[in-house]
Design a binder for this molecule. Structure first.
Ligand code: ADP
Length: 245
């Protein structure tokens, strides 16, 4: 019988299974305004992770008793499609999806001027079409763009990415296998211009030094993704300008 060897995710030259360096993001594709019937929408591909976001609002709140007198009610729904993972996922919201919806709502709400639209609601739907790690962060990044596409006034975009520890090394933007096998991961969301942190979680164990390193790496990753966000918005508005001329 051949001896079972543990699969290595990082080789001797510090190259990961998908060909990336330790501090390299997965390739990112962003598109804005992909849905006709939503007030705002966006789509992200980050490596093999694929997520669609649609925003409805500001609009009348249903049920009405949930309306807030001084601001808009921001509701976020992160959902994984049944076909988004290798074994069919039950469509009903899981505890994990409820938790992720909550942390994303909190991450997004601090940048929005919700007080401009009292007694209304803004609904953000994030549908994970394919999950391969980092979905809460990619969903946050794409939801922020969908909100911008809906014209919701905001102080800044929100951008998110995770970094973590795998096989004793600190890595940026963990994919599904790295997330599963790794020792720790730290999802981070920030307002890139003020560097205010709006989401910070940690799964697993890190020393204080490792945590600082992981956080700095995730920060760098956020700034890189922010450039993609800005480019995708500029592209969308350049196209709109061309169409109107
Ligand atoms: P995140 O996607 O933000 O990293 P988790 O750490 O909770 O969130 O999940 C890590 C990864 O595990 C997901 O991106 C996905 O690839 C996988 N995963 C999550 N839930 C399921 C599930 N029900 N079935 C199979 N894989 C899952």
């Amino acid at each position: 019988m051949p001896k079972k060897t543990k699969t290595k995710l990082i080789d001797k030259k510090n190259i990961r299974k998908d060909g990336r360096k330790l501090d390299e993001l997965r390739s990112i594709k962003l598109e804005i305004g992909v849905l006709n019937n939503a007030d705002g929408s966006a789509y992200i591909e980050q490596g093999k992770t694929k997520i669609l976001a649609g925003v409805y609002g500001p609009k009348e709140v249903h049920p009405r008793h949930l309306a807030l007198a001084d601001r808009s009610l921001l509701r976020c729904r992160y959902h994984m499609a049944p076909f988004s993972v290798d074994e069919r996922k039950r469509p009903a919201p899981s505890r994990r999806e409820i938790e992720i919806s909550k942390v994303i709502r909190e991450a997004l709400s601090s940048t929005l001027f919700l007080e401009y639209y009292p007694r209304t609601s803004i609904d953000v739907h994030m549908e994970v079409l394919q999950a391969d790690g980092g979905t809460r962060c990619a969903a946050t990044t794409v939801a922020s763009l969908a909100l911008a596409d809906a014209g919701i006034p905001m102080k800044d975009l929100i951008v998110a990415v995770a970094a973590g520890k795998v096989e004793n090394k600190i890595l940026l933007d963990l994919n599904g296998d790295e997330d599963k096998i790794g020792e720790a991961d730290v999802p981070l969301a920030i307002m890139p211009n003020s560097k205010v942190i709006t989401l910070l979680q940690m799964n697993g164990l890190l020393s204080v030094e490792e945590f600082k390193q992981t956080l700095n790496l995730a920060m760098d990753g956020c700034f890189q993704i922010y450039q993609h966000q800005k480019e995708s918005l500029s592209k969308k508005y350049a196209e709109m300008k061309e169409e109107s001329e």
